[in-house]
Design a protein around this ligand. Structure first.
Ligand code: SAH
Length: 606
């Protein structure tokens, strides 16, 4: 969860402060720094000398800092180190009482706002965010493109952010990249889309060009694929020069480059690899793949040499999955920049979907029975960190307080589990961190199984997208806790829904459970179309258990409309039961005491 914030340093100067940060350091992998007087604190590193000097050494090497120290003291400490918001680390301050996690500095680009929320969830504290965008329920103007891998370009970011904060009309011109973000803004914003005639004080331009208007900022989705062919041994300088010149002469911002494409013969071309570094991916294609692509400028000489009439143009089109070039091939020769030899060909194509450069993650999250308090802090963090959240509308309402401005939240109807899974996988494959929420536990009649099955069907390599499962309190635990200890001994869960399981199988399991004297939790006991199943289950259990066997029917546990009924196996059908209920059938030793249902821990002989 803290991956984006590494390396992370935590600093405390008092025993209380150090104890507050200790568990946080354990779960986040942060180094905890303390003065020599606190050298007894286990797992902490001691800084010799002054904190001011020590911090100066840590500053450049860390992405984020969490201090347990007065906000004023932290402000004085970091003041001489601050450079600008594009490069300063995230700084979060926690008070000694652990009540607040304040995003002090680099809230947007440094990620301190997100870090403060994570820290707050871990400590049970309140996150304090003071940025204007957050107050307006908007994502920061300078960060909303990051989930999609967009690059920030030129512009007066401070002026445009201020215009948004003042509620002034800000115009958005989006020419490339996904428009998904536009559909997930909260109601009260003043952004206007695609209406150049409206008078606006500021502009957000999203595309390949750089717009140098006075109050304008530029975001560049990475949609440009540069096809490159070159002679063996061409220098890094010439390739870099060719890329820069091709973009400049076509008015394309280099930040919009998704990656480089070429023929597989060039996969080990030293200059190409050096230019790509870890900035751009290098996609390579075989001569067979390239030769079938129709290009404007095929060459017989090239065909004779490498087996395809085009490398640069064909590779650009193939990588961008496009039929039309943005820039046809141009040749750059070494003598243009120095006296060496070598030549490079560059062509540019534009892809429909931007390259995010991100690995993608799927969080399969159990949200528990209802109330937020019944959801684990880890699950809450997963939801607040995700770029996109997918679930059934009712459960999304329950987690609304955890959501952040700018998150993509997609609600699906109850029946569309498969669509939810497919959508989540598609977004994660694209590079987003996607949380798929299920009520209760995601791995018990929940979405986690579907997602893993679908991934397997798509030949998932078990790494990309990465999957993490966050357990939740399942309905059987929630229901049990409201009536006593019905599940104290061996128990089982059976779903009466025959949508995905043949009824014969369900019946067989009911008989086995009844026979084996398991306390049994019945999930999905009844729907509008399935009304007979519960009666059949009752008659099966009556063959092996007494009519007076205690039964609890718990509907909407931990929700506003919770209803609890204690009854018996014989009278079970007299209470109305629906899809929101779980039915707990006691075993032969289960008894009722006042309004508590008790299954004994051991079978003592009396
Ligand atoms: N993944 C969920 C189960 C989903 S199946 C879990 O682990 O709890 C849906 C069934 O769960 C419902 O038909 C009902 O039987 C049960 N259920 C879910 N939430 C419940 C709640 N708050 N109270 C009682 N039963 C609930």
């Amino acid at each position: 969860m803290f991956q984006d914030f590494q390396p992370l340093a935590a600093i405390a100067t008092t025993p209380n402060g150090a104890r507050k940060l200790q568990p946080l350091c354990q779960s986040s992998g942060a180094t905890l720094w303390v003065p020599p007087s606190l050298s007894h604190i286990s797992g902490a590193e001691v800084y010799p000398g002054s904190l001011k000097d020590h911090l100066a050494g840590l500053w450049q090497r860390h992405h984020s800092f969490v201090f347990c120290l007065a906000a004023g003291a932290v402000t004085r400490l970091i003041a001489p180190l601050l450079a600008n918001k594009a490069s300063d680390p995230a700084v979060v301050v926690v008070d000694e009482g652990g009540r607040f996690a304040i995003s002090l500095c680099s809230g947007h680009q440094g990620g301190a706002d997100r870090l403060a929320k994570l820290v707050a969830l871990q400590l049970g504290a309140t996150a304090v965010l003071t940025g204007a965008a957050d107050g307006l329920g908007l994502p920061g103007i300078d960060i909303f493109g990051l989930p999609f891998g967009w690059q920030r370009g030129a512009g007066n970011w401070t002026a445009v952010s201020a215009a948004v904060a003042r509620g002034e009309t800000v115009q958005v011109i989006q020419q490339t990249g996904s428009k998904l973000w536009q559909q997930h803004l909260s109601g009260g914003h003043n952004l206007v889309f695609e209406n150049p005639n409206l008078p606006a004080t500021a502009q957000i331009f999203i595309g390949n060009e750089t717009n140098l208007g006075e109050n304008c900022v530029n975001w560049h989705p990475r949609v440009l694929w540069l096809g490159i062919g070159c002679e063996r041994g061409t220098s890094t300088e010439l390739i870099a020069y060719a890329i820069q010149q091709s973009c400049q002469s076509a008015n394309l911002a280099m930040e919009a480059i998704a990656g480089i494409a070429t023929i597989d013969l060039k996969a080990d071309e030293v200059g190409l690899l050096a230019v790509c570094g870890n900035k751009w991916p290098l996609k390579t294609f075989s001569a067979e793949e390239l030769q079938s692509i129709v290009v404007p400028n095929p060459s017989q000489v090239v065909a004779a040499e490498v087996g395809t009439p085009s490398v640069a143009e064909a590779a650009a089109l193939k990588a961008a999955n496009s039929q039309q070039l943005l820039v046809e091939k141009q040749i750059f020769r070494a003598e243009q920049i120095d006296n060496s030899s070598g030549a490079v060909t560059v062509a540019i194509a534009q892809s429909e979907v931007e390259y995010t450069g991100r690995k993608g993650q799927l969080f399969l999250v159990g949200t528990g029975p209802g109330k937020l308090a019944q959801m684990t802090p880890a699950a809450q963090s997963a939801i607040s960190q995700a770029d996109a959240i997918i679930g059934y509308a009712l459960y999304l309402d329950l987690i609304a307080p955890l959501l952040r401005p700018g998150q993509i939240v997609e609600a699906f109807p109850i029946t569309q589990e498969r669509q939810r899974s497919q959508r989540a996988i598609a977004l994660a494959k694209w590079g987003l961190t996607v949380a798929v929420v299920s009520s209760g536990d995601a791995g018990i009649y929940g979405m986690a199984g579907l997602v893993l099955e679908d991934l397997q069907a798509q030949n998932w390599d078990a790494k990309t997208p990465a999957v993490e499962i966050f357990p939740g309190i399942s309905a059987l635990q929630a229901a049990a806790s409201r009536v006593g200890t019905p599940l104290m001994h061996d128990f089982c869960a059976i779903s009466l829904s025959d949508l995905l399981t043949p009824w014969e199988v369900i019946e067989k399991r009911l008989i086995a459970a009844a026979q084996a004297d398991f306390t049994t939790a019945l999930y999905n006991p009844r729907s509008q179309t399935r009304v007979q199943q519960l009666a059949i289950a009752q008659s099966i259990f009556l063959q092996y258990r007494q009519p007076h066997t205690p039964v609890a029917i718990v509907r909407s546990a931990y929700r506003e409309d919770e209803q609890i009924t204690l009854t018996s196996l014989g009278e079970l059908l007299e209470t109305p039961v629906d899809m929101l209920a779980t039915v707990l059938i006691g075993n032969n030793s289960t008894r009722i005491h006042a309004d508590w249902m008790i299954t004994p821990r051991g079978y003592r002989k009396s």
